[in-house]
Design a protein around this ligand. Structure first.
Ligand code: G6P
Length: 368
């Protein structure tokens, strides 16, 4: 079993370290500078795309949070409005679907019961259905019109890490493809975006180096009952996934909020010693996050902040800070989730939890 884990103590930490490679494998053969995006099993044409007036991204769990990031990227790049929903809600709410709808389902396994049901409902209602999945020949891959395979390799740990980052990269590449087909971004803008995508593996590699700060914060806080995660924009999506990871692995109650919502409820729960994780990678709203930090620290919160390099001033207002390398603002989630994955891993280790097989959870939920 030790050999299977490639010298790592757990599958999860092995898979966290495999992320640079997983991202590289998912990009290779699809994007190259100076060339159009090449997507083997995606046949949507410019004409097909012209009639699409709405995109749904539907998934469960971590794949859903990849979809939440995808919404920002597709809307911004391809200028189509995107709605995200969890599959178990989507399938029972009579969603408005027709032949002008593009449905993107995201599923590591390609077998999750609710996601599959949502896919079938969309197909029956005339939508164009795309799947982003990690498993070749899975049920969803067989039933969808278009397939985007993430090349993350087998993921053994129940909590998804490398599959998640490749799902985001897949949505980024897809957004680029749709935007170029539609002409909503220029060739130059596309090239710029590609350059940033291609630099991601190295930036993720770098993000893996920050274990010490995280381990230290974890060793001081693993005994807590509640934690909060704050972020705005794509950082909110990262906060949601970070909180989910912490719940799954360490059984600590964790809630993620959009920074602006702090005043509308969660701030009532901040007391002396409450740990708060703040994701603040977005240049445009950095100051807003600093205000959020002040709001919680004045009430006694202990803050662990994630920012991009160049924002070291954040240290003045927090207990611990960690920096990831700068990238395109829409691509920061791929990098900033890495220290959050490490955080939940170390919190679980401190608590003595079974990180690869958390209680009550299944790798793939194939019955409703
Ligand atoms: C389960 C797993 C999660 C996963 C979710 C969706 O809850 O524990 O890690 O995100 O299912 O799985 P899928 O295979 O559809 O991505």
């Amino acid at each position: 079993a030790a050999a299977e884990k490639g010298g790592y103590e757990h599958f999860m930490i092995k898979e966290i370290h495999e992320q640079p490679k997983a991202i590289r494998d998912t990009m290779t053969s699809r994007i190259a500078l100076g060339e159009d995006v090449k997507l083997d099993n995606i046949e949507i044409t410019k004409e097909d795309l012209e009639k699409i007036n709405k995109v749904y991204i539907v998934a469960c769990g971590t794949a859903y949070y990849a979809g939440v990031v995808g919404k920002y990227v597709i809307e911004k790049m391809a200028k189509i409005s995107v709605e995200t929903d969890v599959a178990s809600e989507f399938r029972y709410r009579d969603p408005l679907i027709d032949e002008n709808t593009l449905m993107i389902v995201v599923s590591q396994s390609g077998e999750t019961a609710d996601t599959l049901a949502a896919l079938r409902l969309a197909k029956k209602s005339g939508a164009r259905v795309m799947v982003i999945t990690n498993v070749v020949g899975s049920t969803m891959a067989r039933e969808a019109d278009d397939v985007f395979y993430t090349w993350a390799g087998p993921e053994i740990a129940v909590a998804s890490t490398k599959a998640y980052v490749t799902q985001m990269v897949a949505l980024d590449i897809l957004a680029l493809h749709l935007a170029r087909l539609k002409g909503t971004i220029t060739k130059e803008e596309g090239e710029e975006f590609k350059k940033e995508l291609l630099a991601l593996p190295e930036k993720v590699e770098d993000a893996l180096k920050h274990k010490e700060v995280i381990q230290k914060f974890a060793s001081k806080n693993y005994h807590v009952k509640d934690m909060f995660f704050l972020g705005r924009g794509v950082d909110h999506a990262v906060a949601l996934e970070g909180a989910l990871k912490l719940k799954e692995l360490s059984y600590i109650h964790a809630e993620a909020y959009a920074g602006g919502e702090l005043k509308h409820g969660p701030i009532a729960l901040i007391e002396d010693g409450t740990p708060v994780v703040v994701v603040a990678t977005q240049e445009k709203i950095f100051d807003k996050m600093v205000s959020n930090i002040k709001e919680v620290t004045t009430r006694g919160a202990k803050v662990l902040a994630f920012a991009t390099e160049g924002h070291e001033e954040i240290e003045k207002s927090v207990n611990s800070a960690l920096y990831v390398q700068k990238t395109h603002p829409l691509l920061t989630p791929v990098v900033s989730i890495v220290p959050l994955q490490l955080f939940s891993y170390y919190m679980a280790l401190e608590k003595g939890c079974d990180v690869d097989k958390p209680r009550n959870l299944a790798k793939s939920v194939t019955v409703e």
